[in-house]
Design a protein around this ligand. Structure first.
Ligand code: GDP
Ligand code: MG
Length: 295
């Protein structure tokens, strides 16, 4: 028999902060999704594309499912449920360092409802240790009818290759959907905006919860190896604007410096980054603003 090419779509799902983006990065060996010590930084279904000689897997890095409190929350849940029923396999992720709770059961139920084959992954085994891993694997088993259960460490890479092989085997025979050198099909603007948003969230810590949105207004490629990027940073209230700008503009400067370093790494050029902070009143609850910010 000649070799068979396998291809398909895989959704990685689990409560916020279990390590979904980190696992995606481990599969792809490059930063395409945004990780943060705080939950809910990945709001869009970011795709990472893994291409090998005989396989191609398109990963969907879903936002966490949760009880919706705003219009934004409802839209995110709808995206997730639709995605789950359309993919070829699901990776359902648990955090070994957190007790299995109602949030995990809520997500597990959505996975089972989708009828898509699902692998359960118990992440962070590097910090959990065997004494916490064993009961967690048992708890994982009782949550659903998984085709496999994997203990892993996404950060260390432990068992990630084995998980990848199992996923490839679970893909149907099919063609290469994307050119072999693609890593993500997200618009470049979105990837760049997410990098800036991540830095703003990291640096402002608890003070500006999840009220930050970033839009890229302009990208100018200048001939001399310099990319000029103009971006708006939106917050919900005037008080948050003050926090993001900081005393004498120090906070905004720090956000810009951190973001620029990563933008330069991703783009492979020098970057001139111009950030402007604007108030979009109550944007997470306003359909028109959500539309404008791409949600
Ligand atoms: P997501 O919200 O599910 O996408 O989670 P992230 O990938 O953003 O990870 C949340 C946090 O958990 C980050 O601080 C990661 O560095 C951390 N994390 C992810 N995987 C592991 C792991 O295997 N071990 C440890 N110790 N930390 C991890
Ligand atoms: Mg994430």
């Amino acid at each position: 028999m000649s070799e068979r090419h396998r291809s398909g779509f895989v959704s990685i799902i689990g409560r916020p902060n279990v390590g979904k983006s980190t696992l995606l990065n481990a599969f792809l060996g490059r930063k395409v999704a945004i990780t943060s010590p705080k939950p809910q930084t990945t709001r869009n279904a970011i795709r990472g594309i893994l291409t090998g000689d005989d396989h191609q897997i398109v990963f969907i890095d879903t936002p966490g499912l949760h009880k919706p409190k705003t219009l934004l929350g409802e839209r995110l849940n709808d995206i997730v449920r639709r995605t789950l029923s359309e993919v070829d396999a699901i990776v359902f992720m648990l955090d070994a360092t957190q007790p299995v709770g109602s949030g995990d059961r809520f997500v597990a139920r959505a996975v089972l409802d989708s009828k898509t084959p699902a692998i359960c992954v118990v992440n962070k085994m590097d910090v959990a240790g065997p004494e916490r891993m064993a009961p967690q694997l048992v708890a994982a088993g009782s949550l659903g009818d998984w085709t496999d259960i994997f203990p892993i460490s996404a950060v260390r890479g432990t068992n990630v290759a084995e998980l990848q092989t199992t996923l490839i085997d679970a893909m149907p025979e099919g063609p290469q959907f994307y050119p072999p050198d693609s890593v993500t099909d997200q618009p470049r603007e979105l990837v760049l905006a997410e990098i800036i948003r991540e830095k703003a969230l990291q640096l402002t810590r608890q003070e500006v919860p999840h009220s930050i949105a970033v839009s890229i207004e302009e990208i100018v490629e200048r001939g001399d190896g310099l990319t000029e990027i103009h971006a708006n940073v939106f917050v919900e209230r005037d008080s948050q604007k003050g926090i993001v700008i900081g005393k004498g503009g120090q906070m905004l400067k720090a956000i810009g410096t951190k973001a620029r370093e990563e933008l330069e790494w991703i783009l492979g050029t020098n970057v001139f980054l111009k950030l402007q902070v604007k108030v979009a009143k109550d944007w997470p609850r306003d359909p028109r603003q959500l539309e404008r910010l791409g949600y």
